[in-house]
Write a protein that binds this ligand. Structure first.
Ligand code: FMN
Length: 120
């Protein structure tokens, strides 16, 4: 009989096996303020119209900008931006201009008030 490789894991470690990818950068703008945050908890939910579900903690600075503007841009970074993605996800736009800190200049988007960056 084949030995079972099934393991019982602590609930605190389960999310590692369930989290979707890829890691994205969510940019936002409201009343002259711009911001960008890292997001991993998102999933495609519909084709047409395109719908994406995500979790953004209400204590994140981005939450207020997105809630007020009702807009954000989802930027998909290349692997070369991994350090920027980690850094952007570990500081807050409430205290720092992350576009300047991580040298990712914000560019106007075509149909959104939220900026995008030219790197991705
Ligand atoms: C890899 C990674 C994934 C993250 N995923 C999420 C997420 O899905 N939702 C969320 O609210 N915060 C997530 N965060 C944390 C936010 O990016 C972090 O709290 C950030 O500082 C918020 O920035 P802000 O205060 O400028 O909005 C993630 C951070 C990292 C490093």
């Amino acid at each position: 009989m084949k030995a079972s490789s099934k393991k019982d894991l602590p609930v605190s470690q389960i999310r590692r096996f369930l989290e979707p990818g890829p890691i994205v950068l969510v940019s936002s703008a409201w009343r002259g303020q711009t911001n960008i945050m890292t997001m991993g908890w998102h999933t495609v939910m519909d084709f047409e119209p395109s719908r994406i579900g995500c979790y953004i903690w209400d204590q994140n600075h981005s939450f207020g900008l997105i809630k007020a503007s009702k807009q954000c841009a989802i930027n998909i970074p290349t692997y070369g931006l991994i350090n920027e993605a980690i850094g952007i996800g570990n500081c807050s736009g409430a205290n720092v201009d992350k576009f300047a800190k991580f040298a990712l200049p914000p560019l106007p988007a075509h149909r959104l008030s939220a900026p995008v960056t030219q790197e991705f």
